[in-house]
Design a protein around this ligand. Structure first.
Ligand SMILES: [Zn+2]
Length: 198
């Protein structure tokens, strides 16, 4: 509910917080950067609001946003996949699946035009483990950001419910009347509000 701007501001504060706390606990800068990269990814590319097709988070993907249409169709907004860890993991796997598909298509295409490229990742096991730890940092950052997103969603919804119904209704009536006054011919607006009051 806080909207894209609200979530971005909150996640920026989180990023500053993780940097301060991790440095104070003498984590390396590489680790701090990896966690912060996770926060940035979860804010701008893989936010929980990817389950809403007209959200700012999806618009950020530009013309590539069509890749998220199946995800947004399958996941109802603010349903199970809005929850951290589970949602985070599903969105990562979703991207991984798309990348794998693209890789397979390219491989197929390369073979057809007679190009052979090795996609084998033959590295030291130690190297792979070492890099996997950074990946764990990035995931940790994304989980932190998604947790904050979820908490803010829940808290703002709760706060909204705390406002007594009559105040909410009065405000909504006020907002609607204002909108009508601003956007419609005056006479029509008066007619509308009379009708609504009855
Ligand atoms: Zn949300």
């Amino acid at each position: 509910m806080p909207g894209f701007v609200g979530h971005t501001v909150a996640n920026t504060a989180l990023l500053v917080g993780t940097t301060v706390v991790m440095r104070a606990q003498s984590w390396s800068w590489q680790d701090v950067m990896a966690v912060n990269a996770g926060i940035a990814i979860a804010t701008f590319a893989l936010s929980p609001d990817m389950d809403l097709f007209n959200s700012q988070s999806i618009k950020g993907w530009g013309w590539l946003r069509f890749l998220w249409l199946p995800y947004a169709k399958l996941a109802k907004h603010r349903d199970r996949l809005h929850v951290p860890i589970l949602g985070t993991a599903v969105r990562w796997l979703y991207v991984l699946a798309i990348l794998t598909l693209i890789l397979i298509l390219f491989r197929f295409w390369f073979r057809r035009i007679g190009l052979s490229i090795d996609f084998d990742f033959a590295g030291d096991t130690e190297d792979i483990l070492y890099n996997a730890l950074y990946l764990a940092d990035v995931f940790l950052g994304a989980v932190l950001a998604d947790t904050l997103h979820y908490l803010l969603d829940v808290i703002t919804t709760k706060l909204k419910r705390l406002v007594p119904r009559r105040f909410r209704e009065r405000y909504e009536r006020y907002a609607r009347a204002h909108y009508e006054r601003e956007h419609r011919p005056a006479r029509e607006a008066i007619g509308m509000s009379f009708k609504e009051q009855r």
